[in-house]
Design a protein around this ligand. Structure first.
Ligand SMILES: O=C(O)CCC(=O)C(=O)O
Ligand SMILES: [Fe+2]
Length: 296
């Protein structure tokens, strides 16, 4: 970075974040729930390691969601070799979900839960993949435990031709305190990348908020998902699939050219600030798993 690049602003509640459709909400949970949630979730949630490009992602993950009466369940597709199995909402996560829905004014039926075990755990810069996210809804990240920083950075092509010449891209830092909820609007997701960078500072140099819970953080990324898999996991339907309804659901596809096509679409969503959802995702995809073979 050139020496005269100003430090990115640190933003919080009431500030214009990203495209202005994003915000930070403090004290999302009542104090008793916020107090107990971290330890309860450590016990109640079925934590997994997840693999991406053959390596472990640097955090523990779990996926929970709401199954319909007929057994079908929401599916959130993103590039990973294999996602953990979806389980029903565990007790504490259910309670958190209720509070989130009250503030958001729309339902959320799916959550990716992540445990950042220390400052060394992180999530690299990305845009959320929205083929399965109900259009016009918001994605939220509830934070529990140690405070970490959400970094937003404008996509490279967002500056136009100026962006090519090494002009620093606008970036914003949003510290995410315990018991806060970061609301990511889909406009912001289209134009900006977001990350939780690792924090390699020695523990004793961190603030009390950053040292909270021994530096461990749990985040819950709730989404309103519009794509579903049938209970037998054989067929797929809904917003991001080729078939719209349960009755017309089509068999899921594993691997093949279709998988390569969806991965290419995900790449575009990471890169293009004028990402055209209808053109890229409009016809739907029935791909379920990406195997390591396809990713290499
Ligand atoms: O841990 C967080 O708050 C961010 C997680 C995230 O960006 C994601 O799961 O897509
Ligand atoms: Fe994300």
């Amino acid at each position: 970075m050139p020496r005269n690049t100003p430090a990115p602003p640190s933003l919080g509640p009431g500030d214009k974040i990203g495209e202005g459709d994003s915000e930070l909400v403090l004290n999302i949970l009542p104090p008793d729930l916020a107090e107990a949630a971290f330890d309860n979730m450590r016990k109640e949630v079925a934590w997994n390691v997840m693999y991406h490009r053959g390596g472990e992602v640097p955090r523990l993950v779990a996926v929970e969601g709401e199954a319909a009466a007929d057994g079908s369940f929401p599916i959130y597709r993103h590039p990973a070799d294999e996602s953990p199995p979806l389980r029903p909402f565990s007790p504490t996560v259910s309670l958190i979900r209720e509070h989130v829905q009250k503030v958001l004014h729309h339902p959320v039926n799916h959550v990716l839960i992540q445990h950042y075990r220390s400052g060394a755990d992180y999530i690299s810069e990305h845009s959320d993949k929205t083929i399965d996210v109900v259009r016009g809804s918001k994605v939220v990240n509830v934070s529990l435990g140690a405070q970490r920083v959400m970094t937003l950075r404008l996509k490279r092509d967002g500056l136009g031709p100026r962006g090519e010449g090494g002009t620093p891209r606008p970036s914003q830092k949003i510290p995410l305190p315990h018991n806060s909820m970061f609301v990511l609007g889909l406009e912001t997701n289209t134009k900006w990348l977001h990350a939780i960078n690792h924090d390699k500072r020695p523990f004793h140099l961190k603030t009390p908020e950053e040292q909270f819970m021994n530096g461990e953080r749990i985040s819950l990324t709730f989404r309103h998902i519009g794509t579903f898999i049938t209970g037998d996991e054989l067929c797929i339907f809904g917003q991001g699939a080729k078939a719209e309804t349960r009755e017309t659901a089509q068999p899921v596809i594993m691997g093949t050219d279709e998988a390569a096509k969806l991965l290419e679409a995900f790449g575009k969503e990471n890169q293009q600030s004028e990402f055209d959802w209808d053109a890229v995702y409009g016809e739907g995809s029935d791909v379920l798993h990406f195997t390591p073979r396809e990713l290499r």
